[in-house]
Ligand binder design. Structure first.
Ligand code: NAD
Length: 361
């Protein structure tokens, strides 16, 4: 038996992780789940937001499956999701976007993968509050050394880009392209405006690309990318992006494949990997047996592939695709209208996927 840490999360997290767990158990891959908490459920149990036993469990098991965790906006509560990625140095966020027949995608043929840098950029958490004495000191310092001036009283977020992190993520993107037999890696940036940060990202991309002669390398400015993705996403293969653009473009690409309900993700480090859907905790649907379990089930499928369980991963993917193709046991988000009476709940869709798994085993 191999142990895998399971973090159910909050909101719809427990429902969708239960679904993914049931699918993995049905595949009989010999996984023993170690359930650990993070976020508000951990605090309610008397722990901290990110308890040491949770981090220890993931470090020990090296693999984790996670449901979404709520981050209240504008409070002192920093994102546990970002904290987890930083604590475990899960530097690469991998989010495939692939057309599934029968789903909601308007783009047959889409098959791309986002590789997002996960540790730096404006998400590094180096922030200074407005009207604060420390921030005022920083503003004074900046105004002393920079031609461009910052207004007094401003809030400031720092955007660090290191050569180390840029090299690491760009090499990761090319290695992934090679492993998955993909043909092209596109570097996404805004180096025309941010000469030093995005400029460094692009410069390092151009340095590394020649080491992969079989893979085409090009670059596109992020705003232009958004337009091109909406017009002809089929032309893209691997996209490598800094953290903030990667986060935003991930949701766009989730839309290309038919919505957040079907978009899976992985956060990968040298030692550890954590698999979770792109979507969040969707609090309004908590406990309503309403949401699509597929994003988390396909995240578990990425986990199986990462663990070398390629045959079982393929069966899981086939089972999900069969249920979506049939269009019968699918949740509201995969129906033509939001209030379609033919929509089934999370549990019913999971049951249909489990039936397909049994047929394929
Ligand atoms: P969200 O992804 O939770 O939900 C937005 C909307 O997308 C939902 O209202 C719903 O209509 C739809 N949706 C999401 N998941 C779905 C599913 N499985 N099936 C069908 N429809 C689905 O985004 P939000 O409302 O911006 O965020 C809610 C909370 O989740 C916030 O606190 C946010 O910080 C957090 N969040 C967590 C993660 C994470 O844990 N990795 C990621 C994103 C957001």
């Amino acid at each position: 038996m191999r142990k895998v840490s399971l973090i159910p999360g909050d909101g719809i997290g427990p429902e969708v992780t239960d679904a993914a767990r049931a699918c993995i158990d049905a595949l009989d891959v010999g996984i023993e789940w170690e359930v650990v908490l993070a976020g508000e459920p951990a605090v309610k149990k008397g722990g901290s937001l990110l308890p040491k036993e949770t981090l220890d469990s993931i470090r020990r098991n090296k693999i984790a499956l996670k449901g979404p965790i709520t981050t209240p906006i504008g409070t002192g509560f920093r994102s546990i999701n970002v904290a987890l990625r930083q604590e475990l140095d899960l530097y690469a966020c991998v989010r495939p976007s692939r057309y599934i027949e029968g789903g909601n995608s308007k783009y047959p043929g889409v098959n791309l993968v986002i590789v997002r840098e996960n540790s730096e950029d404006l998400y590094a958490g180096v922030e200074f509050k407005d009207q604060d004495s420390k921030t005022e000191g920083l503003i004074e310092y900046i105004n002393g050394i920079s031609e461009k001036k910052v207004r007094k009283g401003s809030a400031i977020s720092i955007k660090p880009f290191s050569r180390f992190a840029c090299e690491r993520i760009i090499r990761f993107a090319f290695a992934l392209a090679k492993k998955e037999n993909r043909k092209k890696v596109t570097c996404i940036h805004k180096a025309n405006i941010m000469k030093f940060t995005d400029g460094l990202f692009l410069k390092i991309f151009k340095e590394i690309a020649p080491a992969y002669p079989g893979i085409e390398a090009n670059d596109v400015i992020v705003d232009n990318l958004c337009m091109q993705l909406v017009l002809r996403p089929q032309e893209f293969d691997v996209l490598v992006l800094p953290n903030l653009y990667g986060d935003i473009v991930s949701d766009l690409c989730a839309g290309l494949m038919g919505g957040l309900g079907v978009a899976p993700g992985a956060n990968i480090g040298e030692e550890t990997a954590l698999f979770e859907p792109v979507h969040g905790a969707a609090p309004k649907y908590t406990g309503k047996n309403k949401v699509n379990p597929v994003a988390t089930i396909l995240s578990a499928q990425l986990m199986l592939t990462h663990m070398g369980e390629h045959k079982k991963a393929k069966i899981l993917e086939e089972a999900v695709c069969a249920v979506i193709r049939e269009k019968k046991f699918t949740t509201y988000d995969l129906k033509p209208t939001r209030n379609d009476p033919a929509a089934v709940g999370t549990k019913e869709m999971t049951e249909a996927i489990l039936k397909e798994i049994k047929k394929l085993l």
